[in-house]
Write a protein that binds this ligand. Structure first.
Ligand code: TRP
Length: 331
C-alpha cells in the first residue's frame, strides 16, 4: 500500500526559532518513516512582506540547514523551496479565482494584520491563503502539520478542495486534515506571553532563535515575563508567562508538563529559569552549530534543494495538468 503523505512549510523570514523547532520540525521528524513527506521553505509567502534580498536568500539556506540539522533525512523526505516548483504559483492563481472576498476577509491572520496596517496592507497578505491552499492540494496530503494559528487556513483549503471537486463532479483534490502537535500549538513570546512566539515580533528578546548564542538564550530566559508571584504552585493557577516556561521545559525535556510542575513545585521562578536556560542551551547549542556548519555548505544544500524540487515538481505537475484539463485549459 502506498504511504500516506504529509506536507508542511515554514516561511524563510528571519531565523527559525524554537517555536518552529518544537512545534513544527520536531513533529515532522516523527513522521519521516511512516509517511511520504514534503517539507518546504515557503519563500513565495515571504514576499507578502518586504524582504531584503540578501537576507531572504540567507534565510532559505539557514532554514533548510536547520531542517537537516534537526534530523530530517533528505533521502527519506522531499525538502525543497516553494519557488523552485512553478506549479505552486500556477495553482495559486487558479484557486484565487475560486475564492470569495468574504471568506478571505474572515481569516483571523489577515484581520489582525490589516488592523495594524490599514489600507496599505499588501494584496499578497490577503490572497496568501490561496497560495497556501495550492501548496497543499498539489500533493494530495492526508495531514498538514501546522500550529493552531494555521487551522483556519487549512479549513479554507478544505473548502476550496470540496468546492472544486463539486463544481466538476470529479475527485481532483483530496481533502487534507490539519495535524496539530501537542507543543506545536503554543510556544509563546517570552516578553509577551499572550502572543505566539514569532519571527517578526518587534521585540526580539521574546523570541529564542535557533541561531542565538548560549548567552543570548540564557539572558532571554532569565528576563522572561512571569508575574508578581515567587514560587511555583500548580499549573492551573500559573500565569501565562509561567505556564509557557513550564511548557517549554516539558517540551525540551520531552516529558509531560505535570511532571515538570511536580518537580518544581515549591521552588522559585528563578530556579525554574536557571534550569530551563541550561536545558535550552543543551538542546539548542548542538542544533545551532550543525545548522551554521551546514548553512555554509552552499553546494551541498543546492544539491539537496535541486533533488527535492525535481521530486516535488513531478508530483505537482501531474496534479496541475489534471486541474488545467478539468477547467478547460488546453494542454
Ligand atoms: N502559512 C504558514 C505559516 O505562516 C506557512 C505555510 C505556507 C504552510 N504554505 C503552507 C504551512 C502549506 C503548511 C502547509 O505558518
Amino acid at each position: 500500500m502506498a504511504k500516506k503523505s504529509v506536507l508542511s512549510g515554514i516561511q524563510p523570514t528571519n531565523q527559525l526559532h524554537i517555536g518552529n523547532y518544537l512545534g513544527a520540525i520536531r513533529n515532522w521528524l516523527t513522521m519521516q518513516d511512516e509517511y511520504a513527506c514534503y517539507f518546504m521553505m515557503v519563500d513565495l509567502h515571504a514576499l507578502t512582506l518586504q524582504q531584503d534580498p540578501k537576507a531572504l536568500a540567507a534565510s532559505c539556506y539557514f532554514g533548510i540547514a536547520s531542517y537537516l540539522a534537526a534530523g530530517l533525512d533528505a533521502k527519506k523526505v522531499t525538502l525543497f523551496l516553494q519557488s523552485h516548483v512553478p506549479a505552486h504559483a500556477e495553482l495559486g492563481w487558479v484557486l484565487t479565482c475560486f475564492s470569495y472576498m468574504g471568506e478571505l476577509k474572515r481569516m483571523t491572520q489577515f484581520k489582525d494584520k490589516s488592523a495594524k496596517q490599514g489600507e496599505n496592507i499588501g494584496v499578497g497578505l490577503y490572497t496568501y491563503p490561496c497560495l497556501m491552499a495550492a501548496d497543499i492540494l498539489l500533493y494530495r496530503p492526508h495531514y498538514v502539520p501546522v500550529g493552531d494559528d494555521q487551522k483556519q487556513h487549512i479549513e479554507l483549503t478544505r473548502n476550496l478542495a470540496e468546492r472544486f471537486n463539486n463544481r466538476y463532479a470529479k475527485n481532483i483534490f483530496s481533502v487534507p486534515h490539519p495535524f496539530v502537535g501537542k507543543v506545536g500549538a503554543r510556544v509563546m513570546d517570552l516578553q509577551n506571553p499572550g502572543a505566539k512566539m514569532s519571527k517578526s515580533a518587534l521585540n526580539s528578546k521574546g523570541t529564542l532563535f535557533l541561531s542565538d548564542s548560549d548567552k543570548q538564550i540564557t539572558q532571554k530566559i532569565k528576563s522572561a515575563v512571569t508575574d508578581s508571584g515567587r514560587e511555583i504552585t500548580s499549573y492551573g493557577e500559573a500565569s501565562q508567562g509561567l505556564m509557557n516556561l513550564l511548557d517549554l521545559y516539558a517540551a525540551f525535556a520531552e516529558v509531560e508538563t505535570a511532571e515538570v510542575c511536580a518537580e518544581f513545585s515549591g521552588k522559585t521562578y528563578g530556579v525554574l529559569k536557571v534550569a530551563l536556560a541550561e536545558l535550552a542551551v543543551a538542546k539548542i547549542a548542538p542544533l545551532r552549530e550543525e545548522t551554521l556548519r551546514l548553512s555554509a555548505e552552499r553546494g551541498y544544500l543546492r544539491g539537496i534543494l535541486q533533488e527535492g524540487a525535481e521530486r516535488a515538481a513531478g508530483v505537482a505537475r501531474r496534479t496541475l495538468a489534471e486541474v488545467y484539463e478539468t477547467i478547460g485549459l488546453l494542454s
